[in-house]
Design a protein around this ligand. Structure first.
Ligand SMILES: Cc1cc2nc3c(=O)[nH]c(=O)nc-3n(C[C@H](O)[C@H](O)[C@H](O)COP(=O)(O)OP(=O)(O)OC[C@H]3O[C@@H](n4cnc5c(N)ncnc54)[C@H](O)[C@@H]3O)c2cc1C
Length: 316
């Protein structure tokens, strides 16, 4: 099994490390800044510097590398979803999109908006995309890192244009709209729980999210009240997320919520109860009224000088 991970500007896409883990650490990273992106994965990695994202051209270029690999797994990131069908077509194999588990024997795919799981007996050769956030990442031990080998392949043989003309010309790359981005792909999340005193607080959270470049999430108590849509619910019966920064406003940290949180690098919790589980998990635990703090934060961040400092300083 081999993972193929499309990389842009040295940033590993959402689900990239998971796809590599699903393939026992064997991965090809293709794109720009692949060696930098490889630093966060342990395993047997091949890096192909191939410039800007060109799924049609890349599929043809990868064909000889992948021919001997019966199972190819891509992350269900935006670029992974674009590249996977082209690879499947070039390699002449079936594609299992939206898998939650891939093995040599079977593939489990989520269907009906994640309500049903279908187990398919794996054919000999296939391509699959692995959903983001469902698998998690194996802990990177020092032994695993020491054993990591990174091989950089030359880009000279990489076609920059697809001979079949299947690649669209890029006019401009627009940043994601944090308000509507899929929560599973958000690197920063501001979330609210029952400590917030009204549905209007979620308009404030959306405003805060805009100022911080973060998406908005919530607990089940909130989605059950209808204060925000169910697609924004984080947890076992909601979305599984994996942000780098998580801000929790008035959230107790019940296990059904935190089990969907992934492994954020930074957790900030604002709660009146210093001893609740969310405060215990937090890197920064603020004992305060979450509603008042929300008002204050928005006032502060709306001040241009503060916003400027924050945008430089919050790469988490
Ligand atoms: C089968 C099952 C599945 C579930 N799935 C999910 C799921 O997917 N996701 C999920 O989130 N939950 C899920 N739940 C519910 C879960 O068990 C919790 O009930 C829920 O997560 C609690 O949400 P909460 O933290 O918003 O509310 P609470 O647990 O009521 O916590 C509110 C917190 O706000 C604090 N607070 C109160 N006032 C203030 C204030 N003014 N300022 C600051 N803090 C304040 C309190 O100290 C408390 O810590 C599930 C439950 C079951 C049984």
């Amino acid at each position: 099994m081999l993972a193929v991970i499309p990389v842009r500007d040295g940033i590993l896409p959402a689900g990239g490390a998971e796809a590599a883990c699903e393939c026992y650490g064997r991965a090809v990273l293709i794109g720009s800044g692949t060696v930098a992106a490889a630093a966060s994965i342990a395993g047997e990695l091949r890096c192909i510097e191939a410039g800007a994202f060109s799924p049609g051209a890349w599929a043809h270029a990868l064909d000889p590398i992948l021919t001997a690999e019966p199972i190819v797994v891509l992350p269900s990131s935006a670029d992974g979803r674009d590249l996977a069908p082209r690879l499947a077509a070039v390699l002449d194999r079936p594609l299992f999109a939206g898998a939650i588990k891939v093995t040599e024997r079977e593939v489990v795919v989520a269907r009906d908006g994640g309500l049903t799981m279908h187990t398919v007996v794996a054919p000999e050769r296939f391509v699959a995309t692995l959903q983001v956030g469902v698998r998690g990442v194996d802990p990177v031990t020092s032994e695993a890192t020491a054993a990591t080998s990174v091989e950089l392949l030359t880009s000279e043989t990489m076609p920059t244009q697809d001979a079949a003309g299947a690649d669209a010309g890029v006019v401009e790359v627009l940043g994601p709209d944090v308000a509507s981005i899929d929560l599973a792909e958000a690197t920063r999340i501001v979330a609210g729980g029952a400590g917030l005193d009204g549905s209007g607080r979620f308009d404030q959270l959306a405003k805060l999210g805009e100022l911080l470049g973060a998406s908005v999430g919530a607990t089940r108590v909130i989605t059950d009240r209808g204060w925000i849509g169910h697609e924004r619910q984080i947890g076992t019966t909601g979305v599984v997320v994996d942000p780098r920064l998580y801000l929790a406003f008035g959230i107790s940290g019940a296990v059904q919520h935190t089990s969907g949180l992934g492994d954020p690098e930074h957790i900030i919790s604002i709660n009146l109860d210093a001893h609740c589980p969310m405060m215990q998990l937090a890197d920064l635990a603020v004992v305060a009224d979450a509603n008042e703090l929300l008002d204050e934060l928005i006032d502060l961040l709306a001040t241009p000088a503060i916003t400027r400092i924050t945008m430089v300083d919050t790469d988490g």
